[in-house]
Design a binder for this molecule. Structure first.
Ligand code: 5RP
Length: 231
């Protein structure tokens, strides 16, 4: 059922794609449906050029015959379509559950429009039930972790911090070669201030708060796909 909803949201985003567009391709199970549907249109003759946000998405796109490029060759993208872990009423997001947040943010920032696709389980108020992914450099991990703990405490985190993958015996490594710390907030009441405080820590590469970046969301519910626009 949930896969059907994700695909319905992806199909709505596909209606925004036009011939000749430069597209950012997101990462995750919902974005995967979009790439799959896009591949079908490409097989029918649609011309688009795409920048993937992860090695996994790149591999999927290549397997479908989608032309890929990068942000050295293309200065701007027309549209990025991506999934999200949480979406609030202002279309601020938590992303990075799949570990691709850094490339996702770089690609979204280089895009004129970012559209998020999701099922309605992702809509929350406020953000923060989903652990916030924080991508950190491997060098100085202990010092960075201590600094991040101070920041999340100051922002009222209800839970602690976990190095992703640690419980499975091997830390998760991102496509960029970094680690991810997942921060358990419960609720994030001041996302802008939290963003600034995290980015002020030298070992923090990026975090999964996507603030004022998404302009539209297609959210699939059992009663159809809702369109949410940023006010
Ligand atoms: C990956 C992401 C994904 O978009 C996010 O985790 C949602 O994934 P899914 O569509 O599988 O629920 O941010 O870094």
């Amino acid at each position: 059922m949930s896969e059907d909803l994700k695909r319905e949201a992806a199909a709505m985003a596909l209606t925004e794609v036009r011939e000749g567009m430069r597209l950012g391709l997101g990462t995750g199970s919902t974005a995967r449906h979009f790439v799959d549907l896009l591949g079908q249109r490409v097989a029918q003759g649609l011309n688009v050029i795409c920048v993937p946000t992860s090695e996994a998405t790149a591999a999927q796109a290549i397997s479908l015959g989608i032309t890929l490029s990068d942000l050295e060759t293309l200065d701007r993208l027309d549209l990025t379509v991506d999934g999200a872990d949480e979406i609030d009423a202002d279309l601020n997001l938590i992303k990075g559950g799949g570990g691709a947040l850094l490339r996702e943010k770089i690609v979204a920032a280089a895009s004129d429009v970012m559209i998020v696709i999701a099922d309605d389980s992702k809509c929350v108020d406020p953000l923060g039930k989903f652990p916030l992914p924080i991508e950190v450099n491997r060098f100085g991990l202990g010092a960075t972790t201590r600094a991040v703990v101070e920041v999340i405490k100051a922002h009222g985190a209800e839970g602690g911090l976990k190095l992703r993958g640690e419980d499975k015996g091997e830390a998760f490594v991102t496509d960029g070669g970094h680690f991810i710390l997942d921060a358990f907030f419960g609720r994030i009441s001041q996302p802008e201030a939290l963003s600034n405080d995290l980015l002020n820590i030298p070992g923090v590469v990026q975090h999964g708060l996507f603030l004022n970046m998404c302009s539209k969301a297609y959210v699939a519910t059992p009663n159809g796909v809702k369109t949410l626009q940023r006010k």
